[in-house]
Design a protein around this ligand. Sequence first.
Ligand code: MF3
Ligand code: CO
Ligand code: CO
Length: 262
Amino acid sequence: METEVITLLSKREIEKMRRAGHLAAKLLYHLSHLVKPGVTTLELNDEAERWTRAHGAKSAPLDYKGYPKSICTSVNEVVCHGIPSARQILKDGDIINIDVTLIVDGYHGDTSKTFFVGEPSPLARKLVKVTEECRRRGIAAIKPGAKIGDIGAAIQEYAESQGFSVVRDFVGHGIGRVFHAAPQIPHYGDRGKGKRLRPGMVFTIEPMINEGTYEVEILDDKWTAVTKDRKLSAQCEHTLAVTEDGVEILTPYPGEDEISGI
Ligand code: MF3
Ligand code: CO
Ligand code: CO
């Protein structure tokens, strides 16, 4: 396989990524208030599209490789790329990952979070909490000189120590003017392996953590990825920049600090 070149972004470009990322996080926060029993995933999609246009931005997923909607809504056993639908009505106890990607002034901001619909089961609550801690530990491994494998190792060790598994078939990715670029960032792997991180690298971390097997299947719509055993899956995602001395979260969610963990 050909190794793709990793584009390093300038300070000016990272400022544009910050604009896109902050707006994407603001949209995710806005949508979080709409998540409740009785709401359809299409309603979430349509509000996302309306809000995005009203803020002068563009939904990156819409028409991306034929994807038909503006956001991904992945409920319960759906691992990722769930397609919003008028037939899908949220119910008490569901978990839903909402994944938004905005284009602002040519640059992408990509972020997601898993929300509870009403009251979650203790297991669902634990899975979501562990997934967020996986992302936090992955981010904590990022600094110039560290290796890509350090990120996956930190995530995999923690997920498996909690009795869960890490999805292999989808990975984090370089991002900037393009939605999905080199390098790939696996959420599993070996410390000390892979390419070295350098200031100016910009990529996502988006661990998908499963209750049971890490294996996934793609449904007939060619997009929706579900767990093979139909047990729960959770995910959360940030877009990140490697800085001179560490990492910057380009998609900070209001009220959260994933660097300190508070
Ligand atoms: N936002 C997803 C990611 O984190 C990609 C969605 S691609 C789509 O990479 F086409 F399904 F929207
Ligand atoms: Co992504
Ligand atoms: Co995403």
